[in-house]
Write a protein that binds this ligand. Structure first.
Ligand code: ATP
Length: 235
């Protein structure tokens, strides 16, 4: 049906070795939606993204994407299904140029964003095409990391703290990028510590605490829930 979620996470559990950190994460993302995972440090947000992407070795439960179960699938099959993760540490090849970084990720699925569109969306990257990754500013590195996952053809993007450590003007640029991606039909799960940024781009917010989703707040109802959120986030 039209309201079927694109991504449905149910009873998702995850471990690092013997350490049990996800205790039954549940949330849905509708096609074209931007949702955030909010919560304190160590709540399990990054681990949730890793479990969805299949790069957390020990996980169980259910992750359905377009109605297909992905929980047992290897990460390359998950990428091929159309999900991409942009990790917190901005996985770019720092010894390679912008150009080389954009050519290296395999287009794992037809429909990867064309380079022309990428350069239109990130004009800075075009100017710095021959610059080595290490010479880029933090903001440029983040743009490159996002550009690389757009090359893969994924339609669901998992973005882990894309604004971390960036100047306000760059944070605004990333906000505009996310809004544009949404308008083009991408679906986005965003882990954020910058609450104002989260409120400026997302449709709904899921609150993660100790490896569980304990609440969901529509963006339009944030104002009425400020106190509750402050208590959740400890701010
Ligand atoms: P943060 O903003 O600090 O990244 P988070 O909500 O993303 O917070 P996670 O990184 O998912 O939290 O961490 C969840 C729990 O798992 C924490 O207790 C953390 O210490 C632990 N953890 C994270 N990475 C590892 C790892 N590689 N090995 C063992 N434990 C880990």
């Amino acid at each position: 049906s039209a309201s079927a979620p694109l991504l449905a996470v149910r009873d998702l559990e995850g471990w690092y070795g013997e350490s049990h950190v996800l205790h039954g994460i549940e949330f849905d993302v509708a096609p074209g939606e931007v949702v955030t995972l909010l919560g304190r440090n160590g709540a399990g947000k990054t681990t949730t993204l890793k479990a969805i992407m299949g790069i957390l070795a020990k996980r169980k439960g259910s992750v359905q994407f377009e109605g297909r179960e992905l929980i047992g699938a290897p990460s390359r099959a998950i990428a091929k299904a159309g999900i991409a993760l942009c990790p917190e540490e901005r996985a770019i090849f720092s010894s390679l140029s912008v150009d080389e970084n954009l050519m290296l990720p395999p287009v794992v699925k037809p429909g990867g964003m064309a380079l022309d569109t990428i350069f239109e969306m990130f004009p800075n990257l075009k100017e710095r095409l021959n610059s080595q990754g290490t010479k880029l500013s933090g903001g440029e590195q983040q743009m490159l990391a996002i550009a690389r996952i757009l090359r893969t053809g994924a339609k669901m993007l998992l973005l882990d703290e894309p604004t971390e450590g960036l100047a306000p003007v760059i944070v605004q640029q990333i906000g505009r990028t996310i809004s544009r991606l949404k308008s083009e039909g991408y679906t986005i799960v965003l882990v954020e510590q910058n609450f104002h940024f989260a409120a400026s781009v997302a449709d709904r917010h899921y609150v993660v605490e100790q490896g569980r989703v304990i609440d969901m707040i529509p963006n339009a109802e944030l104002g009425a829930n400020t106190e509750k959120l402050h208590a959740y986030l400890g701010v």
